[in-house]
Design a protein around this ligand. Structure first.
Ligand code: NAD
Length: 347
């Protein structure tokens, strides 16, 4: 972009500046709030439209507001005094959600549209947008032995219907706020993120959580059968939540990445069948597999090409799937037991 001649240096953020995090009642933004808090940021404002008791995480000392960020005046309220703004608010879920609720996904455009304008008017120094690998051209994802997607593969555009197009358009909005108004914007294209404190039931959960829950359920009920969506051959990569929040911080504070979409994902490609193998090993059980060809299945293959993140940040998400899934499985098992005991759980 035109203004990219900005110095390539990394910046150290002011730990007393007000950090505003949208979508903080959810999975990734909840973890991001905790991350900034644990690193000594003193002023954090967490915002989500969900009522506070339904938030996945509550971090002490953080200002928590229940506001619908698709409304302009709520975005203005959220951004008052903001030093940095992180937009992770979106109506989203796994394949089961984004294939069925495309209008809801598209309507998230209102969130980014109002939030970036409010951030700019409030004089925020930096604005981060959580895009997705669903913004990539679907024509390139028709084979499970997929070539990993590099940043230039979003164009010519043929994003995933609904959700992917909203991401691509909102990326462009962020790029133009830099080009025309000089606000530093940062855009990460997340590839599937998983880990503790995420949705694990109810229809919005993604494959790692859904498979963990099904294995835990099978062990608990004694019905040793697992239903897998599709035929188990589609491939994906999965990024552990700790890598995701670290990556967000690194991207949002790298001058070389202003207004430049970048992959934030693991490059460890596995098929859904292999993911089930991993969870079965963790759960110490072997289940009979049944395949549901009518269920939503998404593209045939998708992986993250990490050449760009390695060359600019000298880093990439590295938590192995085996290690990350062991932690995720243990957390979902706890949630499952809590729910069975009548205690409140996150989903
Ligand atoms: P999540 O559903 O756990 O969190 C999103 C939060 O946004 C929810 O708590 C929801 O209540 C909130 N929200 C929705 N509409 C809102 C509104 N109008 N005003 C205020 N809050 C609103 O999802 P997540 O997995 O934490 O995803 C965070 C971001 O990362 C989203 O932009 C998502 O599209 C993106 N992303 C996630 C993944 C993934 O694998 N989880 C992959 C690619 C991109």
């Amino acid at each position: 972009m035109a203004r990219q001649s900005a110095a390539k240096k990394k910046v150290e953020p002011d730990k007393n500046g007000l950090i505003v995090v949208g979508g903080a009642g959810g999975f990734i933004a909840g973890a991001l709030v905790r991350y900034f808090h644990d690193r000594g940021f003193t002023r954090i404002r967490a915002v989500d439209k969900k009522p506070l008791p339904e938030w996945y995480q509550h971090v002490p000392g953080v200002e928590s507001l229940c506001l619908d960020l698709s409304e302009q005046e709520n975005c203005e309220r959220a951004c008052e005094g903001a030093y940095e703004v992180y937009n992770l608010a979106a109506d989203m879920g796994g394949m089961g959600f984004i294939e069925r609720f495309r209008i809801e996904c598209l309507r998230s455009v209102l969130i980014n549209t109002h939030l970036i304008e409010a951030a700019n008017r409030a004089g925020a120094q930096r604005y981060f947008y959580s895009s997705s690998a669903c913004a990539y051209n679907t024509e390139l994802q028709k084979d499970p032995k997929v070539r990993a997607l590099k940043e230039s593969d979003a164009y010519p555009a043929m994003a995933e219907r609904g959700y992917g197009w909203e991401k691509l358009f909102s990326e462009m909005v962020c790029q133009e706020y830099w080009a025309e108004r000089g606000m530093k914007t940062f855009i990460a294209r997340f590839h599937n993120v998983y880990g503790p404190h995420g949705t694990w039931d109810g229809g919005r959960e993604k494959a790692p959580a859904a498979i963990s829950r099904k294995v835990i359920e099978a062990k608990d009920t004694g019905n040793h059968t697992i239903t897998i969506w599709g035929d188990g051959t589609p491939t994906r990569s999965f990024m552990y939540i700790d890598d995701c929040v670290k990556g967000i911080d690194m991207i949002a504070h790298c001058e070389e990445l202003i207004a430049t979409p970048i992959n934030l994902g693991s490059s460890e490609l596995v098929s859904i069948n292999e993911l089930v193998d991993i969870v079965e090993t963790i759960g110490r059980i072997k289940l009979k597999r049944e395949y549901d060809p009518t269920a939503p299945r998404g593209v045939a293959g998708r992986n993250s090409d990490n050449t760009m993140i390695q060359s600019i940040l000298h880093w990439e998400p590295r938590t192995s799937l085996r290690k990350g899934m062991a932690k995720t499985y243990a957390w979902i098992a706890e949630q499952y037991a809590d729910r069975k005991a009548g205690k409140r759980t996150v989903s």
